[in-house]
Design a protein around this ligand. Structure first.
Ligand code: GLN
Length: 493
């Protein structure tokens, strides 16, 4: 029976465990074996926490035997992106700077996962400090796409997405600053959800751009993603931007029905640069939503086209400030053989940071310098406001918006590594949503060129549960999320 455990959803695994049909230790061992079998081809993990996973599982089995209450994720293996703190475990953020750094506390989301009975099996690979859309900026090698191991899985939450897609874990945690949950979810054919800014605590997340960062779930179906979201969301006094709103309780009606729901299709998201086959899958998704009773109409978000440019000013500015703490004194790597403290800073940062991180620190420091501040940083903030206002305006009329998650499918490894602008463009449809702080989910909506395509649904601020209901309705009448990637059926098991 263990052979099939890895194919089950989080909901199914939890049910089997709670009913006593399988022990938590059996689950942990089955998934650790699965990681071992698939990792050589996938490279989704930077650290596997095998010992503590088995230890947690033993405690869960003892709890169940004693008749103690079991949490909503009891017995469910979860992988955590390596920029989210797990107490006592190495946390690299995909950077040489932190190659050996062991963090001494839990992120709030991890604390909540543990309290819910989840079994944390490891830390996943990512672009260095979450800067990237392909996984190729990891200092520890690139994660592969389980649909074609010669292609990128998307990024920056590359390992979290790939491991869920390849049935290595049912659930994973990622972070999304400009698309890092939704874009890899789209490119690997799974569900990725970025909640409203402030809904999920950022305490224990290594900050990239603090005004944009948000933690969220990966799963293979919306139901599982909503379950994970409802556990990690809710007010946290440890994060000053955490919103004091009640924790969400996503509910799913017994029948999918979108009667009376109004979806807008912002025309700027379907123009130039979108692959024709991707566009065709989106058109089919629209027809499916209409079959469920939804009304779909074109609308306009005129300032979104400046979103990418504004983001690549705001993000480097915030990142350069956030990464200033990596100076060889407080955390991680420290250069050797230096004459004085100034040289120590320079050498430490030169050795510790990769290419893309250095590029953004330099841009960020530049746009914040006093002689160009108004020209770049202030202007970018003004654009951000206009982008957000566009969304407010269309949401007076619509309940949710439909866009592609990514204009293209997964590209070959190495193809764009030397072309940062082209890689940045992969997030053209996801970035405006972060600028506005809104919730958005990517769900599989078919295949183009034999590779997964993602449908992005964008919702109103703090209407995350309702947005997930729409996505759930769509999944109830589609089968794309059930198709297994080739990596899962070839060799291994
Ligand atoms: N790809 C985008 C970037 O490189 C988004 C990153 C993210 O969401 N963490 O900044």
């Amino acid at each position: 029976m263990h052979d099939a455990l890895y194919n089950l959803s989080a909901t199914e695994l939890n049910r089997l465990f709670v009913r006593g049909q399988v022990s938590a230790v059996e689950i942990a061992e089955a998934f650790l074996a699965r990681i071992e079998a698939v990792e050589p081809r996938l490279h989704a993990f930077l650290t596997v926490t095998a010992d503590s996973a088995v230890e947690t599982a033993r405690e869960l089995d003892a709890k169940r035997a004693a008749g103690e209450p079991l949490g909503p994720l009891a017995g469910v293996p979860v992988a955590v992106k390596d920029n989210v703190a797990v107490d006592g475990v190495r946390m690299t953020c995909g950077s040489k700077m932190l190659a050996e750094y062991v963090i001494p506390y839990d992120a709030t989301v991890v604390r909540r996962l543990k309290d819910a009975g989840a079994i944390i099996v490891g830390k996943t690979n990512m672009d260095e400090f979450a800067m990237g859309s392909s996984g190729e900026n990891s200092a520890f090698g690139t994660t592969r796409n389980p649909w074609d191991t010669a292609r990128v899985p998307g990024g920056s939450s590359s390992g979290s997405a790939a491991s869920v897609a390849a049935r290595v874990v049912p659930l994973a945690i990622g972070s999304d600053t400009g698309g890092s949950i939704r874009q890899p979810a789209a490119l690997t054919g799974i569900v990725g959800f970025k909640p409203t800014y402030g809904y999920v605590s950022r305490y224990g997340l290594a900050a990239l751009a603090s005004s944009l960062d948000q933690i969220g779930p990966f799963a293979r179906d919306v139901h599982d993603a909503a379950r994970l979201f409802s556990i990690i969301a809710g007010y946290d006094p440890l994060d000053s931007t955490s919103a004091d709103v009640p924790a969400p309780q996503p509910e799913f009606p017994s029948e999918p029905d979108l009667k009376g729901v109004r979806f807008g299709m912002p025309r700027e998201y379907f123009g130039e640069g979108i692959d024709a086959e991707v566009k065709a899958r989106l058109d089919e998704a629209v027809a499916t939503l209409q079959d469920l009773g939804a009304e779909v109409e074109e609308c306009s978000l005129p300032h979104s086209k400046y979103g990418l440019q504004a983001y690549y000013v705001i993000l480097p500015a915030e990142a350069s400030a956030n990464l200033a703490r990596f100076d060889g004194v407080r955390y991680g790597h420290r250069a050797k053989d230096v004459a004085d403290v100034a040289e120590m800073y320079v050498k430490t940062r030169t050795e510790g940071f990769g290419h893309e991180v250095k590029r953004r620190i330099m841009i960020g420091t530049y746009v914040l310098s006093s002689d160009v501040y108004d020209k770049y940083y202030k202007k970018a903030q003004q654009i951000r406001t206009l982008v957000a206002r566009d969304f407010d305006r269309v949401f007076e009329e619509f309940d949710a918006l439909i866009t592609p998650t990514s204009p293209e499918v997964a590209w070959p490894l190495g193809e764009r590594h030397d072309d940062p602008i082209r890689t940045y463009a992969a997030d053209v449809c996801t970035i405006p949503v972060n600028l506005a702080g809104l919730p958005a989910v990517s769900v599989p909506c078919g295949f183009a060129h034999g590779l997964p395509v993602g449908l992005q649904l964008v919702g109103k601020r703090f209407e995350d549960s309702r947005l997930l209901q729409f996505a759930w309705a769509y999944q109830q009448v589609t089968e794309f999320h059930k198709v297994q990637p080739p990596l899962n059926t070839e060799g291994g098991r």
